[in-house]
Design a protein around this ligand. Structure first.
Ligand SMILES: Cc1cc2nc3c(=O)[nH]c(=O)nc-3n(C[C@H](O)[C@H](O)[C@H](O)COP(=O)(O)O)c2cc1C
Length: 331
């Protein structure tokens, strides 16, 4: 199959007028070129083909997202419970659990924390890359988070853990913000694109997250569905491309695959099958720039197989969809 046609042209140091080999972004683009990897484009911005996925409860906040964007890629802030990252906001809300207005005050603190993290990411990014905010549709605060991220002028909204059929309505006044749903199979992509088309907006990219391979909340309604071959990238990519061709869409939609990806060969393989980029979570969770507690990163970085349990999938209490975590033991 032909490589993804909507990717930006391969970065060729000798022919690309915007190429500055002395900058960190230029050096990384040159490395891509050297290894036959293609950059991709989101709303006209050329990006490295590795996306940092949103990781909840403070694992990816403004620090990680900003550091990734600064290097010319898409960095993603997860919107979940960010008040914990801000001593003043956490102090104001930590004892509220039994107050009648606890939820409103906790939500307000989280919205303020989201605005602060977006500002921080933008400062760190210094105009490079893309800053995205990841919001889970299944959360009751979903709409408030979407409105806050849009009001803060974030570059992209990434929505998973549910079908965000209402996102074009919520973002109607924000045509410059890229809208990126997370889906897991071709049927979901087809349904969403058809519904969004009727609202006059196409996704600016689609993340295809494999429910069995990815960490976090999963795009399957039941734990038993995780083994279904319809989620395999080898199946989803050609099916979605066939749908795009038959649908005669006004422009191409970049596809980003996510789940269990960690090597350059994976990236080359999925690009050769039509993906524009790959999204990684766990690999970024152990970086120095990651916003998680150092103890969490240390345990994750030192974890070695055999895992005490290979996979633990349970239904998440905050979203009621299956989510995956791994029991790890450090060596
Ligand atoms: C600790 C952790 C938290 C995550 N939290 C979220 C989240 O809040 N929302 C979401 O859409 N995806 C979440 N994810 C999924 C990631 O964005 C990404 O798609 C996934 O980690 C890719 O799989 P990988 O970890 O094998 O690279 C999370 C992943 C991890 C590891």
């Amino acid at each position: 199959m032909a490589p993804h046609a909507s990717s930006a042209p391969a970065c060729e140091p000798g022919t690309d007028p915007s190429f500055d080999a002395d900058s960190p972004v230029g050096a990384l683009l040159a490395l891509c070129h050297q290894h036959q990897l293609q950059p991709w484009s989101l709303k006209g911005r050329r990006l490295l083909p590795v996306v940092q996925g949103g990781m909840g409860v403070g694992v990816s906040a403004g620090g990680l997202a900003g550091a990734v964007a600064r290097l010319g890629a898409m960095g993603t802030i997860s919107s979940v419970d960010l008040r914990r990252k801000h001593a003043d906001l956490f102090e104001q809300t930590r004892h509220l659990e039994h107050e009648p207005d606890a939820k409103q005050r906790i939500d307000a603190a989280n919205l303020e924390a989201l605005a602060r993290e977006i500002r921080r990411a933008r400062e760190l990014a210094a105009g490079q890359g893309v800053i995205a905010v990841n919001i889970m549709k299944a959360l009751s605060e979903y709409e408030a988070y979407v409105r806050q991220a849009l009001a803060c002028g974030v570059d992209a909204l990434v929505v998973g853990a549910g079908l965000p059929l209402d996102l074009p309505d919520l973002a109607r006044e924000h045509p410059a913000t890229a809208l990126i749903p997370i889906l897991s199979d071709a049927r979901g992509v087809q349904l969403l694109v058809r519904k969004w088309e009727k609202k006059g907006r196409l996704p600016d990219a689609v993340i295809i997250e494999h429910p069995r391979l990815a960490g976090g909340h999963l795009g399957a309604a039941r734990v038993t569905d995780l083994q279904d071959p319809r989620f395999d990238f080898e199946v989803v990519l050609p099916q979605v491309q066939a749908f795009f061709q038959s649908a005669d869409l006004e422009r191409e939609i970049p596809l980003i695959v996510a789940g269990g990806i960690g090597r350059q060969e994976d990236l080359r393989r999925w690009q050769s099958m039509g993906a524009a980029a790959v999204q990684m979570g766990t690999a970024f969770a152990v970086t120095e720039e990651c916003d998680a507690d150092p103890a969490f990163k240390r345990v994750l970085a030192q974890a070695r197989p055999p895992w005490s349990e290979p996979l633990r999938v349970r239904t998440s209490t905050n979203t009621s969809v299956p989510s995956r975590s791994r029991m790890i033991r450090s060596t």
